[in-house]
Design a protein around this ligand. Structure first.
Ligand SMILES: [Fe+2]
Length: 413
């Protein structure tokens, strides 16, 4: 047997791996604008929200990015021609390009809002009763809503029966992303009193220098948003500021202050994936509900559908590295399974976001998905052996301290 050339020896490769020699070193480093943003804007970024065990001990910092209000009351933004709720497609296009978001007025009728609101509140209570609620630092999320009520199926496809402005929404999304866009997820994001604001962030975390968005969020507003109810924190225009800074390889500099988004229930807000935003603070006793429906360019996914196509025997002997490479390791922002994997980093060997047990359960014919639940659900429904529950329990037993599945998320608005 011939000797393996020295250049292929992992130890030798490691000696050659010093970053000074990396190709594209400068380009990759400059694609993350956050270091320069943090340097120039020390006040705007908040320490990531604390865990639920620390709720109530959190200290409000005056002057921080979340210490703000709606645009009309904000001294910096008052008088600026920021997006307005409208049905006028020309204005919506202009708002989207200029400010990174637009507001479609009455995209959901009052009746459509009422249907979704009731289903969300019932499901949230049902998941709490079943012990499978996903608590977030801001409140509670309901993941994989498409399994949890027909109203969500129609919402996901912007069917006029649930989204009266569906055709207009789809036109705008198609103009932003191109044809054949797909959905990332459909999540109910509930902000509750006592919740902490989320750290500001961009949803699109690749190709930050892109000239048009690769991801967007279609946010259905189910309860009124303002500075008291947990209106989403956004920095208008930041989608362009950061992209330009990355493309031109210049520091982003001082960013404008964040505002609370204001929108009446029934509005759909479309946000550019590059817009800096986060969940706001709900100071009221009424749950704040928005439906988050991320959309993305269709090319941002795997070519082969490994989730379905890989033989059970291959999965059974797969190393953590092979599973991760095929996408069976969910991350905070990608390919979670019924929400499992939120909070996970996606590292090789990390059990927190491993999703292969869902596939094994499906192969065995006993994958039990969480479906419609509510306050009137029977004990049998609430205590059913949901695969999600079992996977999360196993991940936690594996010594994972990171939130898994039923835990925290940065995918809020
Ligand atoms: Fe987000």
């Amino acid at each position: 047997m011939s000797a393996v050339p020295e250049e292929f020896d992992p130890a030798h490769v490691a000696t050659m791996a010093a970053s000074e020699g990396h190709m594209y070193r400068n380009e990759l480093a400059s694609r993350d604008p956050m270091p320069s943003v943090l340097e120039a804007n020390p006040d705007i970024y908040f320490v990531p929200p604390k865990r639920s065990s620390e709720w109530g001990q959190w200290e409000y910092r005056t002057g921080a990015y979340y210490d703000t209000t709606v645009a009309a009351k904000h001294p910096y933004w008052h008088g600026e021609d920021l997006p307005v709720a409208t049905k006028d497609i020309q204005r919506l296009r202009s708002d989207m390009v200029t400010w990174g978001y637009c507001k479609i007025e009455d995209a959901l009728s009052a009746e459509q809002v009422a249907v979704i609101r009731q289903r969300v509140l019932e499901q949230a209570e049902g998941e709490r009763l079943a012990g499978i609620a996903q608590k977030t630092p801001s409140g509670q999320n309901i993941n994989c809503c498409v399994n949890k009520g027909q109203c969500f199926e129609a919402l996901l496809e912007q069917h006029p029966s649930m989204v009266q402005g569906g055709a207009l929404i789809e036109q705008l999304v198609t103009e932003a992303l191109g044809e054949n866009w797909i959905s990332n997820s459909l999540i109910a994001s509930i902000a509750l009193k006592g919740g902490v604001p989320q750290a500001l962030h961009q949803d699109q975390d690749i190709a930050l220098d892109s000239r048009s968005p690769l991801t967007i969020n279609v946010m259905s507003v189910i309860t009124d948003l303002d500075e008291n109810t947990g209106g989403t924190l956004i920095i208008p225009g930041s989608h362009r500021t950061l992209s330009d800074s990355v493309r031109d390889q210049k520091p982003a500099g001082k960013l404008p202050p964040a505002i609370n988004l204001d929108a009446k229930a029934g509005t759909i807000v479309i946000t550019d994936g590059r817009l800096i935003h986060s969940t706001g603070i709900n100071h009221t006793d009424t749950p704040r509900i928005v439906m988050l429906n991320g959309m993305q360019h269709p090319v941002i996914r795997q070519q082969e559908n490994w989730m379905l196509s890989v033989k059970p025997q291959v999965l059974g002997r797969a190393s953590p590295k092979l599973l991760q490479r095929m996408g069976y390791q969910a991350t905070n922002a990608a390919q979670t399974n019924e929400g499992h994997g939120f909070g996970a980093s996606g590292g090789v060997g990390e059990a927190a976001g491993l999703t292969v047990d869902f596939r094994f359960a499906a192969d065995e014919g006993d994958y039990l998905r969480v479906g419609e639940l509510g306050p009137d659900s029977s004990p049998e429904e609430l205590n059913a052996p949901y695969t999600l529950r079992e996977v999360v329990t196993k991940a936690r037993a594996g010594g994972q301290s990171a939130p898994v599945g039923i835990g925290g998320t940065k995918r809020n608005l």
